[in-house]
Design a protein around this ligand. Structure first.
Ligand code: ADP
Ligand code: MG
Ligand code: MG
Length: 211
């Protein structure tokens, strides 16, 4: 079975800023259509700080749990928008069951992501269909909970694809959470920026998994 070590996760967190930089404009545009147009900037601010602190964190974090907790705390502390606390809780809670571990199995990693999504749901109280990042994450979780496929890369690919479909599914929806709620029916026809960044962020994990 596939085992993921601390270096894998450090590499993923190192790739987050280049990813965010690349997608920032796209995410800004989505958020300017149904929000306040700062989603790309919010993520840039957060992951710029993660990158800045990564070498220190890497030394300080003795296990994968504290690595995730530190990244989550940075996002929580640095990102002003609603996505900061939500992604912050995601990473913080993803580390909760792997204390003391310097490597995790692929199944344990799936469990980490499931815990992370639970934290987002706990914090934001969104359900599927509310036009938020939960529309992407929850569909992804359904794949992670399946027994098949056995091959980790295949399964993670399906996970990311399901999340992407979840993000696409937000286009025709009215929002029941977040800023887009105020727009009512005017939100129809626009993709939720958080759902878009969510699947794209998980794709960074996938790319690194393939290496
Ligand atoms: P803000 O809306 O404060 O400017 P961002 O633009 O960074 O923050 O993030 C907006 C995204 O946050 C939305 O597209 C949506 O996916 C997500 N979001 C907002 N509220 C919630 C919530 N209650 N639960 C889950 N996700 C939410
Ligand atoms: Mg915004
Ligand atoms: Mg904002």
């Amino acid at each position: 079975t596939l085992v993921l070590d601390r270096a894998y996760f450090v590499n993923v967190f190192r790739e987050m800023l280049p990813f965010v930089d690349e997608q920032s404009e796209h995410l800004q545009k989505l958020d300017s259509e149904i929000g306040d147009g700062d989603h790309g900037i919010n993520l840039t601010i957060g992951f710029r700080e993660v990158t800045k602190q990564l070498d220190t964190i890497k030394e300080e974090a003795e296990d994968i749990s504290s690595l995730f907790k530190k990244v989550g705390m940075i996002l929580l502390g640095k990102v002003g928008g609603s996505s900061g606390p939500l992604y912050g809780s995601f990473f913080m809670k993803a580390g909760k069951d792997v204390t003391g571990k310097e490597e995790v199995t692929f199944d344990e990693f799936c469990g980490m992501l499931i815990n992370g999504v639970e934290a987002i749901q706990h914090r934001g109280k969104a359900e599927i269909g509310d036009k938020t990042m939960i529309d992407a994450f929850q569909r992804g979780v359904d794949v992670l909970k399946q027994d098949t496929p056995e091959d980790p890369v295949e399964k993670f690919t399906m996970f990311v694809e399901a999340m992407q479909e979840g993000a696409d599914s937000t286009v025709p929806l009215v929002a029941n959470k977040g800023r887009a709620m105020r727009l009512g029916e005017r939100a129809i026809g626009h993709k939720d920026p958080g759902a878009e960044s969510a699947w794209m962020m998980m794709e960074v994990f996938l790319k690194q998994l393939k290496k």
